[in-house]
Design a binder for this molecule. Structure first.
Ligand SMILES: Cc1ncc(COP(=O)(O)O)c(C=O)c1O
Ligand SMILES: [Zn+2]
Length: 401
């Protein structure tokens, strides 16, 4: 499939058969642009094989797959009824191989890295993306560099270290680390699959493709997405746009970008009518996975949201934790960042923005098991008893003796 990398801001073009992660001219992110897309989907195998008409790969190595994607779209049975919304769904990305949506983009990025002959990959992350790249790097037998900020807790490091990457703790600002990683990648031949690398964004398209399939190609009215760097939202929107241009769907849902109050560069710029994001000085939220103070795709997310008619808004940590409890009532355990969409939907449904007849998909981006400390606030109602007392205790609970 013919394609090019095109700068999202100035339109400068680059070939896809070389590693180019941002625009040399304006330093904005690039995206893969295809010629005519054919409405072909289906078949067995990995997500890239199934949707191969929307990718440039001549060969896809399914041996690199860990079974990413193909996650369920779960109909809300509790919250939707409470709010009077019939068609409320959760796209449950916690069911990916390393328990977050990141595996889609990592799988896609690795295919591109291998097709260009790279033997080294890397990423800059402290959480989900680090674990994902480390896991897929191990599987593919590639030398893997994971750059994290100095001082991150060992609770977060160990689930990355288990896959055996080169782990580097780096002092300094996180957004500078992103840029420095690209320079190091150029010098040492390391393909950095960072948060908004063009082929990571290509991987996120499959979320949109699956939602279309799971809803019989009748697109939802809204898709609600927690946003940090902006790569995932860009990919999801691109997926809907490409299915539309291939003639598989008629419209494109409105996207709702959700950020945490304590770190909301995109939502603040959106609300202030600004075209560019400004760096947040002292980011602070329990939703660490969406705590990027200077999102590398922030400006592009702003451009796309305006075009799409979508929205960006914030939720507080308190609302996020409340949503985590609410989501658990549906049987789904999301990490704080992943619960932000439910917190936002609650706000938007109570103020009437979301209506009873709307069809809404909330993206649950990563598993709650990744951040057990987020539950420290809970008072856990445990009943202590002895074996001899057990019968009586159960009797008491169910009100029978
Ligand atoms: C659980 C979770 N949700 C949402 C996001 C935001 O995705 P993006 O950085 O592509 O905007 C991330 C990214 O790190 C994440 O780990
Ligand atoms: Zn440019």
């Amino acid at each position: 499939m013919e394609c090019q990398l095109v700068c999202t801001q100035c339109g400068r073009k680059y070939p896809t058969d070389e590693l180019q992660l941002r625009c040399d001219e304006c330093h904005e992110p690039l995206e893969v642009v295809y010629g005519v897309l054919k409405p072909e989907v289906g078949g067995q195998g990995s997500i890239l094989r199934k949707f191969r008409a929307f990718y440039p790969f001549r060969e896809v190595s399914d041996a690199m797959s860990l079974g990413e994607g193909g996650t369920p779209l779960i109909h809300s049975s509790v919250v939707g009824r409470q709010w009077g919304i019939d068609a409320l769904y959760f796209k449950d990305e916690t069911q990916n191989p390393t328990w977050s949506f990141k595996d889609r983009g990592t799988f896609c990025g690795i295919q591109h890295a291998i097709s260009l002959g790279y033997k080294r990959i890397g990423t800059v992350s402290t959480g989900n993306m680090a674990a994902s790249v480390a896991a897929y790097g191990a599987r593919a037998g590639l030398e893997t560099f994971i750059l994290v900020s100095a001082g991150i807790p060992s609770e977060k490091i160990k689930p990355i270290a288990v896959y055996g990457p080169h782990l580097m703790e780096v002092e300094g600002h996180y957004h500078e680390l992103y840029n420095e990683s690209l320079r190091a990648g150029n010098r040492y031949g390391i393909y950095f699959i960072n948060s908004d690398a063009p082929f990571r964004v290509e991987g996120s398209k499959t979320i949109a493709f699956e939602i279309c399939e799971q809803m019989d190609f009748q697109v939802p009215d809204y898709v609600v997405i927690p946003v940090s760097a902006g790569g995932n939202l860009r990919g999801i929107l691109k997926g809907f746009e490409e299915f539309k241009s291939a003639g598989l769907i008629d419209g494109i849902p409105e996207l709702i970008a959700v950020q945490a109050e304590g770190c909301a560069p995109i939502a603040e710029a959106f609300e202030g009518g600004r075209e560019r994001v400004e760096r947040v000085r002292n980011p602070e939220t329990i939703a660490h996975a969406i705590e990027n103070p200077y999102p590398p795709s922030g400006n592009q997310v702003l451009r796309k949201l305006r075009q799409n008619g979508g929205l960006a808004l914030t939720v507080s940590d308190e609302e996020i934790l409340e949503a985590q409890g609410l989501l658990a009532q549906e049987g789904i355990f999301g990490q704080p960042a992943a619960c932000a969409p439910l917190a936002a939907a609650k706000k938007l449904s109570s103020d009437g923005y979301l209506q009873p007849g709307d069809r809404i998909v909330l993206l649950i981006t990563g598993s709650g098991l990744k951040v057990p400390s987020a539950l420290d606030h809970l008072e856990i109602p445990v009943i202590s008893t002895s074996i001899e007392g057990l019968m009586g205790s159960i009797g008491e609970v169910i009100g029978r003796r």
